[in-house]
Structure formats: C-alpha cells, structure tokens
Design a protein around this ligand. Structure first.
Ligand SMILES: [Zn+2]
Length: 74
C-alpha cells in the first residue's frame, strides 16, 4: 500500500513533486486543476476553493489598478 499524500503539488499516488498541470476548470466556487504525475503517470485533479481577493480595473488611460477586498488600491 502506497502512502497517500494529500497536499498541493504532490502526487497522491507516489508522493513525487514532478507534476504536470493541464486543463483548469471551475464550478460552484471550486477550481479543478487536472494533473499528471511525471514519475508514475497517475492522473488526478487538484481541487481548490476560490476566494474573492479584490479586482482589477483599467482607468481612462488604460492603466490597470488593483484593489484588495477592502477597496484599497495595491
Ligand atoms: Zn506519481
């Protein structure tokens, strides 16, 4: 029995960190990242919870401004 890993950027089969990231998709506030382990060839999907972290908005000069969740420009 192979020890299961449950961390990002680590293969859940063999525990290696040599991961290829493929397609990404999101649904219902979750972000799904398809992965393939380069060591053992395992295919799996990492799931991340999306969290609002502010917004970007260009001004009249088309320069981008980034605001955090409190509306402060970064
Ligand atoms: Zn692996």
């Amino acid at each position: 029995m192979v020890e299961k890993k449950n961390k990002p950027n680590i293969c859940p089969m063999c525990g290696d960190e040599d991961i290829d990231y493929l397609d990404a998709d999101w649904q219902d506030g979750l972000f799904f990242y398809k992965c393939v382990c380069r060591q053992c060839g395992a295919e799996f999907t990492e799931v991340y919870r999306l969290e609002y972290d502010g917004y970007n908005m260009p001004d009249e000069n088309d320069e981008e401004h980034i605001f955090d969740v409190d509306g402060n420009e970064l």
